[in-house]
Design a protein around this ligand. Structure first.
Ligand SMILES: *Cc1c(COP(=O)(O)O)cnc(C)c1O
Length: 384
């Protein structure tokens, strides 16, 4: 037997120097849940259009037609029924929550709160002095509650995919409810199937399934949601212009935003929507995520050191997978080794505090790369 070589042993087990064999590595190492992977073709298309597009006025035809492409493309992708409209504004989803407290919630909202993001809209509604305290239904992290029709509630706030825990929920109108159904689909939109008849407002930001950058919000609004916006705007309720959804509506109808948007973000978004629509629409894009999810969860279930965090298989998200590790393995070390090898952002949601990795499986992420990631994790655990 060869004499014990301390240096060799150290280089084999220190996370900083563990080198994953290149044939195991995914072709693209981006697995972050937002901002997330942007496809090379989107960048190429942006670069090609740059000389006549970037650095030009958002009030002129070139940019406005790109915004029009986004609005029409989303209507097609989500098969929006007659009368639904696509609104967009600056500030991302977090800004939209505040806008919703002014111009979507009339008196009282009900929130399903089952993680960091869904709880944030509930807090925004609770803080707003001009509406009643919301009704909040919570459930354990790793599960989701169910909305129930409630007297006095005029808006039901659902979350398609709770990005902090990796739980997805079906979008259905609560039985017997008369209020609007507003869905935070920031991480779910484009990666999960949805029926537009089941919502009045399906809102998101483009840095997740839509492979663009942050800072913008988009909302698919039913005629009932538009009517609510118009009546609250006419009600005399004081509203800062930035959160005024009537101003947003008027600008969106002209393919503009109230103030200057990031033009690159809109271009990248338009490319992604086009890619989805040209390849078969939402069944194509959500199908890619579903295939990736099947790979990730079946790997974890077969593993003797990893398990899906979400117990109910139906609740396990197709777009953001959360995987727990057994106590003898430190997930932060795995994430660190992966990062040192160019495979990034698999860290769990910071406030969840579990021995876990979180893997984005948005439509842009190739399923073969998810399979490679699983192989890399197996290799790291075997070599630590
Ligand atoms: C990322 C995310 C948000 C926050 O989006 P911002 O654009 O950063 O405000 C909100 N809700 C969900 C479900 C998310 O995944």
């Amino acid at each position: 037997m060869a004499p014990f070589d301390f240096r060799k042993n150290k280089s084999m087990s220190s996370p900083d120097t563990l080198q994953i064999p290149t044939d195991l590595l995914p072709r693209d190492g981006r697995f972050g849940s937002g901002p997330s992977k942007i496809r090379g073709e989107q960048i190429t298309a942006l670069v090609a259009d740059a000389p006549t597009y970037l650095g030009t006025s958002h009030r002129q035809a070139t940019v406005r037609s790109k915004v029009g492409e986004v609005r029409d493309g989303l209507s097609a992708l989500f098969n929006l029924p007659e009368g639904y409209e696509v609104l967009l504004g600056n500030g991302g989803t977090t800004c939209f929550w505040d806008a919703a407290t002014f111009h979507l919630i009339a008196e009282q909202s009900q929130h399903l709160s089952f993680g960091e993001f869904s709880s944030k809209f509930a807090s925004a509604a609770k803080e707003a002095p001009h509406i009643k305290d919301p009704s909040i239904i919570t459930s354990e992290v790793g599960t989701h509650p169910t909305a129930v029709a409630e007297e006095g509630v005029d808006l039901y706030a659902l979350t398609h995919n709770e990005t902090s825990t990796g739980v997805m929920m079906p979008i259905v109108r609560p039985a017997g409810a008369t209020g609007l159904v507003a869905v935070d689909a920031t991480s779910g939109a484009g990666g999960l199937m949805v029926d537009a008849n089941e919502f009045d407002c399906y809102y998101f930001a483009p840095q997740k399934s839509f492979s663009s950058d942050g800072g913008l919000w988009l909302a698919l609004c039913s005629p009932a949601a538009i009517e609510r916006i118009e009546s609250l705007a006419a009600s005399g309720r004081w509203t800062p212009a930035f959160f005024d959804l009537k101003i947003t509506l008027d600008n969106s109808r002209l393919n503009q935003t109230y103030n200057t948007p990031a033009l690159a973000t809109i271009h990248l978004l338009a490319s992604q929507i086009k890619w989805m629509n040209e390849n078969g629409g939402l069944s194509f894009s959500s199908g890619r995520s579903r295939t990736s999810a099947e790979i990730l969860y079946s790997w974890a279930e077969a593993s003797d050191f990893a398990t899906p965090f979400v117990t109910n298989p139906a609740d396990r998200s197709n777009v953001v997978g959360t995987i727990d590790f057994s106590d003898d393995i430190d997930a932060t070390v795995i994430a660190k080794v992966l990062r040192a090898n160019g495979v990034v952002d698999t860290d769990p949601y910071r406030k969840l505090g579990r021995n876990q990795l979180r893997v984005a499986m948005f439509p842009s992420i190739d399923s073969e790369d998810v399979a490679s990631l699983c192989a890399c994790i197996n290799w790291i655990v075997g070599n630590l």
